[in-house]
Design a protein around this ligand. Structure first.
Ligand code: DGT
Ligand code: CA
Ligand code: CA
Ligand code: ZN
Length: 597
């Protein structure tokens, strides 16, 4: 698939244009194209020119550029743009506190072309005379350069969540803090997080003390900026945290603004302008004929969305993927109550609604706890059902079970299940069966028939061609012994791409045979990823949000799976394991009857 290659070319070109002071609309448009290309489920090389042009944000000229890349392996115009800026200068723009403007200044006025060069020139004092930089700013840049390796990268959702939550809990204890929440990509539940954004509501007289408190937190390895309205720290692991203090009456506007996404906010501001308003981090305001502004909404997000004629939009949906259109329709339909209730389309699944986990491991393969221990933990967490699904024989490095061991294991699970059901929890004797490269399963049919539950997952042959991967997954979806396909692409965040089947075909195959697809909640996987899960939601294919727990703490990652499902606009009806025990058992019974199992 060429999608990511082309996306990164558009992204890099946008970076270079920003450095050269190019047209901001064009820069934004290229970034949007990059995002769209990286998220569509189809290989772009398989789309017709017409289909490419029908993608959101892609006009005729960009469609031509993409076609040019597909036939020649490059885009001449972009090559030209890219050649105007040295790679080291481009890399500098990804250092926090060193945006495109400063990078251009350092390059053009001081001849800095690499990060090493920049470090040396700061240390020797050679840059002190540059206009618009100053000693303080240079010190900040120097501090960031030491963390450049991590600061330029992104961290996983599951790593960022506990950090941000700890900071939010801490800030709640600081005098004068009236409200505090994390915003940005973290609140939207993205799989990776560039930096953590935190908004605080407080009266101006408390701002300085709050800023000081942030810089004194144990996480703050260094302070990049400590102003009254914005404080930026770096944690020991090089994660940047931006904390912004806003007046209490601007709370909703600030939450909305700093949650983004950028593209969602751009659309929202356009809508505001069309209605004669302006929108910023302080308020939605009416533009008067004499150019003054009168605030109309700012205290809550719902007030702002409603004043624009929209239903409130859950943060996870704010990615400029038709959520504004949906909110417009929902608000019109439900004008009176929209501030009270979410309209059905935005009534997204919550963690409290999850009734069971259908993919877990024990010491029989590579888990850390016994069957009894996993059942007790599941019960403690309030689950009504649990599937024990240890690895199959091909996963020898994970101590996968050979046929004879599986038979004993099934008997042991059933013995535990007999006791467990008395206390209200259904325990299923399952297996996580490898999907072999050709789409067949890792056990014989007569053995599979003895199981209560089968998760079929790809673990090997993850670099096969897209067409082979499609055939593999379509074939396994038709296997009567499969209940759910686990982590369907086998990708790892952020390092392994996994297989890239045509997801629409895989989802169609799942729909046809009545099986479920998994959102694996492990923060390294999140597979189905958000965009794939959204296709499954649209096709009404049931989704299991499973933790794939190998130990007790893995159950905590359920939250990452929930966020991914919410990014897919999944309501509880779309999620199989929100069903109460009886309804879930009925689904399984129907599945087995239909498959002749
Ligand atoms: P990240 O940190 O790369 O994972 O992604 P975000 O979405 O958290 O982006 P970030 O941290 O740069 O900014 C947080 C939010 O603040 C962003 O989603 C929208 C808003 N924001 C940031 N910069 C701008 C801007 O230049 N214009 C507008 N309208 N909003 C911005
Ligand atoms: Ca951020
Ligand atoms: Ca930020
Ligand atoms: Zn597993």
């Amino acid at each position: 698939m060429k999608n990511l290659e082309i996306a990164s070319l558009f992204e890099r070109t946008a970076d270079v244009l920003a450095l050269l002071g190019g047209d901001s609309f064009r820069i934004l448009a290229y970034r949007k194209i990059a995002r769209v290309l990286s998220e569509i489920p189809h290989a772009v090389e398989k789309l017709t020119p017409k289909e490419v042009q029908a993608l959101p944000g892609i006009g005729k000229s960009s469609a031509l550029r993409i076609a040019e890349y597909l036939s020649t392996g490059k885009i001449a115009e972009f090559e030209d743009t890219l050649s105007q800026v040295p790679a080291g200068v481009l890399a500098m723009t990804h250092i926090p506190s060193l945006g495109p403007k400063t990078a251009a200044l350092l390059w053009k006025e001081a001849g800095v072309t690499t990060i090493e060069d920049l470090k040396a020139k700061i240390d020797s004092g050679a840059l002190l005379d540059l206009p618009g930089l100053g000693e303080k700013k240079l010190k900040k840049i120097r501090a960031n350069l030491d963390h450049a390796a991590t600061a330029a990268g992104r961290i996983r959702l599951g790593e960022a969540l506990p950090l941000a939550q700890a900071l939010v809990d801490y800030l709640k204890t600081i005098p004068g803090v009236l409200n505090v929440a994390y915003c940005g990509s973290l609140r939207r539940g993205r799989e990776t997080i560039g930096d953590i954004d935190i908004a605080v509501a407080a009266l101006p007289e408390h701002a300085a003390a709050i800023s000081l408190a942030v810089t004194r937190h144990t996480f703050a390895a260094s302070t990049i900026n400590a102003g009254p309205s914005k404080t930026t720290i770096l944690t020991g692991h090089g994660v940047q945290v931006d904390v912004r203090v806003v007046p209490p009456q601007s709370w909703g506007a600030a939450l909305q603004y700093f949650t983004g996404s950028l593209h969602h906010n751009v659309k929202l501001r356009q809508l505001a302008l069309k209605k004669g308003y302006t929108l910023n981090e302080f308020a939605l305001s009416k533009l008067n004929p004499d150019k003054t502004e009168t605030p109309v909404a700012s205290e809550t997000e719902a007030q702002i969305y409603n004043a624009l004629g929209l239903a409130w939009i859950p943060p996870e949906c704010r990615e400029d993927t038709t959520e504004i259109e949906a909110a417009l329709a929902a608000h019109q339909m439900n004008n009176e109550q929209s501030t009270m209730n979410n309209p059905p389309v935005f009534n997204l699944v919550t963690i409290e609604q999850i009734k069971g986990d259908l993919h877990t491991h024990t010491t029989a393969s590579d888990g850390s706890h016994s069957i009894e221990e996993m059942v007790a933990e599941a019960k403690r967490r309030g689950f009504e059902y649990l599937a024990i699904t240890d690895h199959s024989k091909s996963q020898f490095q994970a101590n996968g079970l050979k046929s004879d061991r599986l038979l004993v294991h099934i008997a042991m699970i059933h013995a535990v299940a007999k006791e467990a059901i008395k206390s209200g929890i259904l325990v299923l004797a399952g297996s996580e069966v490898d999907i072999l490269a050709d789409g067949s399963l890792d056990y014989e049919d007569d053995l599979l028939a003895k199981l209560d539950w089968v998760v079929a997952s790809p673990h090997a042959a993850l670099s096969q061609e897209s067409d082979a991967a499609t055939a593999r997954m379509v074939r396994v979806a038709a296997n009567p012994y499969v209940c759910v396909i686990g982590h369907p692409t086998g990708r790892l965040v952020p390092s392994r791409r996994g297989i890239e089947p045509d997801m629409e075909k895989v989802i169609f195959a799942a729909a046809r045979s009545g099986i479920a697809l998994e959102i694996n909640a492990n923060t390294h996987r999140l597979d189905l990823r958000d965009t794939h899960a959204r296709l499954a939601v649209q096709a009404n294919v049931p989704i299991c949000i499973n933790t794939d727990a190998h130990s007790y703490s893995d159950f905590d990652e359920l939250q990452c799976g929930i966020l991914t499902a919410r990014r897919a606009w999944a309501t509880p009806q779309h999620i199989l394991n929100t069903r109460p025990l009886a309804a879930f058992q009925q689904w399984l019974k129907d599945r087995k009857q239909m498959a002749g199992w």
